[in-house]
Ligand binder design. Structure first.
Ligand code: SF4
Length: 214
């Protein structure tokens, strides 16, 4: 059994797979409290319904989208997330996992494409970064920083230079919606020649920041 907040289809708005038709499986519950959280409705562990994993997989498969995204909340906060990931892989689709970076990723099946956050000082959850996770990333994985301001950017630049020089993963910098201008972030990246990709949250551009379930 697993506690599910919602299952729906949309376009993946983030990561190097942005734009792909995608089935979202959003798990309920997160132990973090990021200042910029855009899914506060899924933070409580009782904000979902308990479902059999096989039923979740059947529902996710029913849209026949090429990409299956497991997100939250913090999906890895539920132990049965690992079984869910494996069963989604067994359907033959691309499986992506969005995780806060605060929990151990070692049990995540290697074929799952991880998008691992690094929490900046502006998130208020910097102390939750589990730096050991970085050694378990591969070339299909991505590391994401959400930046609230220039101080966050400079902090992220330092992390990239000190800890991510040899990472095989793609590094994404994302301006926090409504807090940091994408134009400023682009200018800083170009000025500093950082080995990163700038990304926007495409779903917010299309449907607006407040709409959920899209
Ligand atoms: S880790 Fe994600 S779901 Fe949890 S509080 Fe932070 S932004 Fe929200």
């Amino acid at each position: 059994m697993i506690n599910i907040h919602e299952i729906y289809q949309s376009i993946q708005g983030e990561s190097t797979l942005a734009g792909m038709p995608c089935t979202f499986v959003r798990l309920a519950g997160c132990p973090l409290r990021c200042s910029y959280c855009d899914t506060p409705q899924a933070i409580a562990f009782d904000s979902g319904n308990s479902m059999a994993i096989d039923d979740v997989v059947a529902q996710a498969k029913s849209w026949s989208n090429p990409l299956l995204l497991v997100t939250g909340g913090e999906p890895l906060a539920q132990k049965s997330c690992i079984e869910l990931l494996q069963k989604l892989l067994n359907t033959g689709g691309i499986v992506q996992l969005e995780t806060s970076g605060a929990l151990d990723v070692r049990l995540v099946p290697s074929a799952v494409r991880k998008v691992l956050d690094i929490k900046t000082p502006g998130s208020g959850e910097e102390k939750r970064n589990r730096w050991e996770n970085l050694q378990y990333l591969n070339a299909e994985d991505e590391i994401k920083f959400v930046l609230k301001d220039q101080a966050d950017y400079m902090w992220a630049k330092g992390v990239i230079e000190k800890r991510l020089q040899n990472t095989p993963a793609t590094i994404l910098l994302s301006p926090c919606w409504g807090a940091l201008s994408a134009e400023d972030l682009c200018a800083w990246i170009l000025r500093d020649k950082l080995p990163v990709r700038m990304q926007l949250q495409m779903h917010k551009v299309i449907w607006g920041a407040e709409k959920t379930g899209v």
